[in-house]
Design a protein around this ligand. Structure first.
Ligand SMILES: Cc1ncc(COP(=O)(O)O)c(C=O)c1O
Length: 362
């Protein structure tokens, strides 16, 4: 009997989401696949998608992985190069690079090469993370327009609150950024901007979370946007127990049984990336029915109350339990799990640990 803790990655759903987003986007899509494709497996995800305009990653190592499997596709370094060594690789591997600060412009100007690069020049329209502001940006545009190592110059910025459709900050950011629009293509939209129809007709929309069939917008799930979850996380029942009224369950005796109850111990815990904060505070699905987590989440397992599950007597060791996603056990959106854990879906996807098995299915 295996513990069965598995992230099932559905390529059909991935491609379905890609098609939905292509129809939503005013033009080209940058598929953001940093952090191991948001925990889905970088190598597998980039191989599963054809006719991609551009992939984007955060680090040079991630970019090299994508290049290995996609020798011809445009690859964008979202934070740019950090030193001369990375800049050299970027030229050699034909990566596109963000430039967001003066130090990078200096490094780029000083670098001796006959090759050219596509540069995505980043404007800080209010996020206050990366990018040039105001006059600095105009100067940087001029400098790079006059640099013969620049092939194409694309202007980009990043939304701070596009997940809030009516937040005035979105309009303020667009108004500040759009002033710089000349003949260069622009890029500002992320998943939230696209799904919330914050339409600024940028030539490049950079989408991450939505590609994986997860909604970045609070109180909405992928289903609301005709997207399908790419990851389903599941585990198995590894033990069954009868608990008497008054007995406690697990570390810290954090749960006391009010009546006699039947519990199942399932093979997932915070050592797999499941949030500890969900102890006594979330459900999983078994036989298409909800079962509450009782007591604290341990490193490798947790207890669920199966007393009220129909045909409870049929539940046996080895039965499959749905943690999030969709399978024969039902539908449990990652967005709901994240909301219960008072976190965001991005975090749950990125914190899945290496001992979770991955299964790729069509
Ligand atoms: C610069 C940049 N653009 C686009 C994205 C994609 O965002 P999302 O996953 O919300 O679509 C990210 C993600 O963090 C980002 O850092």
């Amino acid at each position: 009997m295996s513990r069965g803790t598995t992230a099932v990655i559905d390529f059909d759903n991935l491609r379905h989401n890609f098609n939905v987003l292509k129809q939503l986007a005013p033009s080209k899509l940058v598929l953001v696949v940093k952090a191991d494709a948001y925990g889905h497996g970088l190598k597998q995800v980039v191989q599963a998608l054809d006719n991609v305009d551009c992939f984007a990653v955060a680090t040079i190592e991630e970019a090299l992985t994508v290049r290995k499997y996609r020798p011809k596709t445009k690859i964008l370094l979202l934070e740019g190069f950090l030193d001369k060594y990375e800049l050299k690789i970027a030229f050699e591997q034909h990566f596109d690079s963000v430039i967001h600060q003066q130090e990078q412009i200096q490094m780029f100007e000083d670098f001796q090469t006959n090759q050219v690069m596509n540069v995505w020049l980043k404007y800080d329209s209010g996020m206050n993370r990366l990018g040039f502001s105001g006059d600095e940006y105009s100067r940087a545009i001029k400098t790079l327009e006059n640099n013969n190592k620049v092939n194409e110059l694309i202007l980009m910025s990043h939304f701070a609150s596009a997940n809030q459709k009516h937040n005035k900050f979105n309009t303020q950011q667009v108004e500040k950024f759009i002033k710089f629009k000349t003949s260069h293509e622009i890029s500002i939209s992320n998943s939230s901007a696209l799904l919330n129809h914050i339409n600024i007709a940028d030539e490049w929309c950079r989408v991450g979370l939505a590609l994986f069939g997860v909604s970045p917008i609070e109180d909405k799930t992928a289903h609301d946007y005709k997207l399908k979850p790419v990851m389903t996380l599941k585990t198995n029942v590894i033990a069954l127990k009868q608990i008497k009224a008054g007995e406690t369950i697990g570390y810290g005796q954090a749960y006391t049984a009010k009546t006699n109850m039947q519990i199942a111990i399932i093979g997932i815990g915070y050592g797999d990336g499941y949030p500890w904060s969900l102890g006594n505070n979330a459900t999983v699905k078994l036989n298409n029915q909800q079962a509450r987590i009782v007591g604290r989440v341990s490193m490798d397992m947790m207890a669920i109350d199966i007393s009220d599950i129909e045909i409870v007597d049929n539940i046996t060791i080895g039965d499959s339990v749905l943690i999030w996603g969709i399978n024969a056990n039902g539908n449990l959106p990652l967005e709901t799990v994240a909301s219960n854990a008072k976190t965001i879906p991005y975090v749950l996807l990125c914190q899945i640990t290496s001992r979770v098995h991955y299964q790729y299915v069509e």
